[in-house]
Structures are given as C-alpha cells and as structure tokens.
Design a binder for this molecule. Structure first.
Ligand SMILES: Cc1cc2nc3c(=O)[nH]c(=O)nc-3n(C[C@H](O)[C@H](O)[C@H](O)COP(=O)(O)OP(=O)(O)OC[C@H]3O[C@@H](n4cnc5c(N)ncnc54)[C@H](O)[C@@H]3O)c2cc1C
Length: 630
C-alpha cells in the first residue's frame, strides 16, 4: 500500500479513523456553527479537593527532586538524561502520573498532570517530552481508552512503575499521512509477525514496551488494516538502529527501530484489527493537552525572565523594559502566557469533568499553544539581546546567570511539527468545524451523482439552512448590555459572540464559493481555524473569573491580563477576517507551482549547498535480510 497512495485514499484513511459521532456537547463545534455556548465552558468546573491535595503533594515532591537532583546544563551538555534522573522519576511515580491508582499509578487529574509536565518541561524540555511520550501517547493512554481489563491489569502497573514506553507510528515514508504505513503485521499461529522500520520514536532507544502501528493484510478471518499492538522491546529481533539527534530536545532518546518478523501474540493487539489509527487519534484527543501544557510552562518562564532582565538591564539611561519597543514585547509575553494558561485550564478541566467532547478544544490548544509559545520565546530572545542567543553554559562560564533562552527556543520549535503539524491541525480542526455542513450538504458538494440523489440532498440541506442561516443574523453580541456579568471582559464576550456568527457565515460563503474544492483552499481554511482558535482563547479568558473565585486577592491582576490578552486576540481576529477575502493566496499558489517547476532556479545561483549527497527520502526502506518478500 505504501508508495502508491492517492490523495483520496489518504483522506479516506484519515476519515475512517475519525470519531464520527458527537455524544457530548462541544463548545468548539458550536462556536464554528455560530452558536457561542459560553455556558459549556463557563463557569469552570471546580477542582476536586482530593485531586488538589494529591496533585499539590506530587508537584512539591517533583519540584524538590528537580531542584536538588537534576542538572539541566548536564542534560544539555551530555545530550542525555542521566540514568539517576530517570531512576528518580521512577521512584517519584512520575511514569504513572496519569495511570489510575487501581493499576498502580498516581491517578492525577489532567489539570495536575499538565502542571507536572509544565514544571518538568521548564526545568528541561527533554524531561517533559520523555514523560509525555511515555504516558500521553505511549502504552498507558491507548490502553486506558481501548485496552481490555486483562491488558490494563497486565501492562499498566508496569508502565506506571518503571517500564518506559514509546509510540511507534512514523516511518521514513510515513509522516502526516498514515495511509502510507508500510510496517506489516502478518497473521501467524497465535498472533502476528511485525516487520518494518519505525522512525523518530521518542523514548524508543531506551523503551521497555512500545505501541506499534502496523498494517494487517486483509485475508481469511482478518478484516485487516492499520492496527495497534503492545510490544515488549525484549522480544526477539527488535533492533534500535540509530539514536536521532535534533535541533533541540537534546536529551531525548529518539530511535530508528527495526522490526524483523517480531512475534506479538493476539492478546497484545489494542482494539480490533483496522482500528489502529482510531486508537492513535482518540489517544491524541486528550493526549494533545500535554504539549500545550509544556508551552504554557515556557510562556510563564519567559514572563519571569523577561521581567527580571528588563528591570535590571539599563541602556540609554533607562531599564530596557521602560523603552517602548521592549515594553510592547513584555506586554505581549505576559498577556500570551495568561491566555495560554486560560485556554489550557479550561480544556483540562473539561477533560477531567468529562462533561463535554473536547476534541476541538484540545486540538486548538495544541495548535495555538505551539504557535503562540514559539512567538513568545522568539520575543524573549529579542528582549535578552545578545544574551538571548548565547548558550546557558557559555553565560555560566562567563559568570552570568545561565538563562537557557536559546535552548528554550530550539526545544520549542518541534511543538509546531509533532503530534500533528500546524498544517495538519488546521485541516483536522477545519474538518470538525465543517462536520455539520458535510452531514447535511456533503452529497451536494461532491460533483456528479444521480439527479434524484442530488434533489434529495438539496431538500435535506434546504431544511437545515433555512433554519440555520437566519440565526446567524442576530445574537446576544449585538445587545450592548449583554455579558455584563463579565465586567471589563463583557465587550470582548460580545465580540466573540458576533464573530462566531461571522465565522459561521464566512465558512458558509467559502463552501458555496468553492464547494468540494474548499478542501484544497488550505490557506482559507487555516484562517477560519485560526479565527476559531482566537475566539476560543478569548472565551477561555473568562477563566479570570475562576481565578477570582479561587484566589480572590488576584482579581484585579487577572482582569487586567485577561483584558489585555483579549485586546490582542481581537486585533488578530480582525486581521484574519480581513485576510479571508483580501489575500495573495492565488498568486502564491501559482508562484509555488512555477517554483516547483524550476522556473526560478537562477535565484539559487551563487550559493554552495552544504547538504552533501544522499537521497532526501530513501527510495526503498531496506527490508531486513530475513524478511519474506512482499
Ligand atoms: C523530535 C521528534 C519526535 C517525534 N516523536 C515521535 C514519536 O514518538 N512517535 C512517532 O510515531 N512519531 C514521532 N515523530 C514524528 C512526527 O510526528 C512527524 O515528524 C510529524 O508527524 C510530521 O511528519 P513528517 O515529519 O514526516 O512531515 P511530512 O508529513 O513530510 O510534512 C512535511 C511538511 O508538509 C506539511 N504537510 C504534510 N501533509 C500536508 C497536507 N496534506 N496538507 C498541508 N500540509 C501538509 C507538513 O505540515 C509539514 O510542514 C517525532 C518527530 C520528531 C522530529
């Protein structure tokens, strides 16, 4: 299947893996439909006192361990997390933070799991990456969601205690497009034989147990398809061929792992055959909150460093924070840290409360957290000037505080790529955003088809749109006193309500204008999603109320930050709305096509390419000598 997958097949595979129903209400889904259901996220659920107690106790122990036993400079210098640190994390129970107590874990809530990741991630991002790859996508989460009771009892206590896990989906020719998956799981007596090569598995180089995605061929008694397996790494013929090194996250143990007819018994399959991608995607629905948690931690840290440094550093007769250009950046950093934390807290409490479907909110948190987190750290580097570009080790050697700003930026960069790149998150969220339209008008959007079917489809669509479209004309956001309970934030909540309807109308215009071709208008869809993300972030800023309820002494400060964040977000939304219809998309697409055709090759003259020789992607992933011919 691997090399000749068409765009249509790729889409069908992704579609089949998608959770098609909506069993619980979704704030995000409603928002994109023009229905601002603030009540679905506000007031936020209260945290369970017992969960707070347990969470705070763990955070205190983790903080003490980091400060006394973990040297972040050593991790950076050696490009390795020392074994003593990994052992210490195991002793703390950090490998089982999210595993329920009945299976030997700490049973932390999502809110506290996130806080722990943020704490560890700011100390060194390789630590949070180890922990989150281990339990947000590694063995624990897929088993928690799809495992049988027997599987949970067998594996969860191990991964909660001391067995490091990893998630093996990516291959040299399989990144954003899992339909190309080439690793096979061939049915044999009592189980399957796995053969293939897996790339970039975080923790893969030191893992004890991994989740592997592999294709089961269709056959007698086998429905086939991509399936998920739990694989102990001490199984015969599992080889770690290479430990990959990256721009950042220097301490992670990321592998190229070769599987050469590796036997896994039937009982190690998670879910049914063909359900592998569903397992992966559902795992990520909440698992995706780990990554924005790390981004929140970094944004909070950036706020601290920016404040300390901008007060202390004096240039041109003033602390630099008092120069307007720097002050603007400080405000952006602090407001964004607040906005990111608000969004994460809202999504995480929903995850704990289980009262809503948070697939859109978690996906937005990942997209928005990684994009904004990157901008925040980039601004921090600028504020730090030359020191922003200098390594912590070099600063230390010169006798200065070893602030790892450049490392933070390097470590942050990957968040826009893994667990769904920004481009893929745009498509994934856009797919959810237009779900209702596809349900009522999908048959109309596709060209062709029988006339009678199209007439029936038009009737179905007509019923929906004759009710839905008029609703988009008016709403609470037009009433000057609405949302007054939000005090200073009220105008912003009204703006979100109005913009949500405008967003829905814009989506509809886009659909009528481009019909089935809308899916190729990725820049347009990306902007729709970005508007939705900003609106969700603004609505989440009502978290200032939660802060006030839980920490009344912080009321004024929280309101100030929420207001500032909303002001920034509102401007971004206005720009995005403008760019929906006034842009260079067509010119860019045409230019890209010419570029790809080589028309501008002369532009590349006068440079020497240091990349060296070798294929960008190996033409054929070498099969192990003993693998049967395909
Ligand atoms: C440090 C690190 C850790 C990782 N950890 C893991 C792990 O633990 N387990 C695992 O399985 N994988 C892991 N990965 C893999 C990671 O998830 C992939 O890199 C990611 O999915 C993107 O795939 P790719 O790199 O092949 O990019 P490609 O899919 O080749 O994409 C290249 C570019 O094209 C864009 N693009 C692709 N398709 C489309 C489309 N249809 N429309 C628009 N744009 C598109 C992408 O957004 C990207 O900008 C890791 C990678 C790294 C670097």
């Amino acid at each position: 299947m691997s090399s000749n997958v068409s765009e249509r097949q790729a889409r069908e595979v992704a579609e089949a893996a998608r959770e098609s129903g909506w069993k619980l209400p979704s704030f995000g889904r409603e928002l994109f439909l023009g229905n601002f259901r603030l009540d679905l996220i506000h007031p936020q659920p209260r945290l369970d006192p017992e969960a707070i107690e347990r969470g705070e106790r763990f955070l205190a122990r983790l903080r003490e361990f980091l400060e006394s036993d973990v040297d972040p400079l050593e991790i950076e210098r050696e490009a390795k997390i020392p074994e003593t640190v990994i052992d210490g994390l195991k002793r703390l129970g950090a490998l089982g933070m999210k595993v329920p107590e009945q299976y030997g874990g700490l049973g932390l809530s999502q809110v506290y799991y996130n806080r722990a990741l943020a704490l560890a991630g700011v100390w060194h991002a390789s630590l949070s990456t180890l922990l989150s790859a281990h339990q947000s996508i590694g063995v624990a989460e897929p088993l928690r969601l799809f495992g049988t009771e027997e599987q949970k009892r067998k594996w969860l206590p191990l991964v909660a205690r001391d067995h490091i896990s990893a998630f093996l989906l990516t291959e040299p020719d399989v990144g954003s497009d899992p339909a190309r998956l080439a690793t096979t799981a061939t049915p044999v007596e009592g189980g399957y034989e796995l053969t293939g090569q897996k790339l970039w598995a975080t923790n893969g180089a030191i893992a004890d147990i991994v989740v592997v995605m592999a294709q089961v061929p269709k056959g007698d008694g086998h429905r086939g398809g991509i399936s998920a397996f739990v694989l102990p790494c001490d199984s015969e013929r599992v080889t770690v061929e290479h430990r990959n090194a990256f721009m950042g996250l220097r301490g992670i143990e990321n592998s190229v792992t070769r599987l050469d007819r590796v036997f896994v018994p039937d009982e190690n399959r998670i879910g049914r055959e063909g359900e592998g991608l569903k397992v992966a995607l559902s795992t990520l629905n909440t698992g995706r909150l780990a990554l924005p948690a790390i981004c929140v931690g970094m944004a909070k840290w950036a706020t601290k460093i920016a404040r300390e440094w901008s007060n202390e550093r004096v240039q041109w007769g003033r602390p630099i924070g008092k120069h307007d250009a720097v002050a603007q950046k400080l405000a952006f950093i602090a407001a964004s840290a607040f906005g990111l934390e608000a969004m994460l807290d809202v999504a995480s409490r929903l995850a704990d409360n289980k009262s809503g479907d948070i697939r859109i909110e978690a996906a937005i948190a990942k997209l928005y957290g990684s994009e904004m987190g990157w901008k925040v750290l980039d601004e921090l580097i600028q504020v730090r000037g030359g020191r922003g570009y200098e390594t912590a080790a070099s600063l230390k050697a010169r006798g200065e505080k070893p602030v790892p700003a450049e490392q933070a930026l390097r470590d942050m960069r990957i968040n826009r790529i893994f667990e769904g790149s920004t481009e893929i998150m745009h498509l994934l969220i856009a797919r959810e955003a237009v779900d209702q339209h596809l349900k009522v008008a999908g048959d109309l959007l596709e060209p062709g088809g029988e006339l009678k079917d199209r007439i029936a489809a038009a009737g179905k669509a007509g019923v929906f749109y004759s009710k839905w479209l008029p609703q988009l004309a008016v709403g609470r956001g037009q009433v000057p006193t609405s949302f007054d309970e939000f005090d200073e934030l009220a105008p912003y909540m009204r703006f979100v309500e109005r913009s949500s309807r405008k967003l829905a109308r814009s989506t509809f215009y886009g659909m009528t204008r481009w019909q089935a071709k809308l899916e190729h208008r990725q820049a347009f869809l990306g902007r729709l999603v970005d508007i939705g993300a900003e609106l969700f972030a603004m609505a989440a800023a009502a978290y200032a109320d939660t802060l006030e309820r839980e920490r009344p002494e912080r009321r004024a400060e929280a309101q100030e930050l929420a207001e500032l964040f909303c002001a920034h977000a509102k401007r971004r939304v206005e720009t995005l709305f403008g760019a929906l219809w006034d842009n260079d998309d067509d010119a860019n697409r045409a230019a890209a096509a010419r570029l790809l055709d080589g028309r501008y090759r002369w532009l590349e003259e006068g440079i020497a390419d240091p990349s060296g020789e070798g294929p960008m992607i190996p033409a054929e992933v070498k099969q192990p000598a003993s693998a049967p011919a395909a």
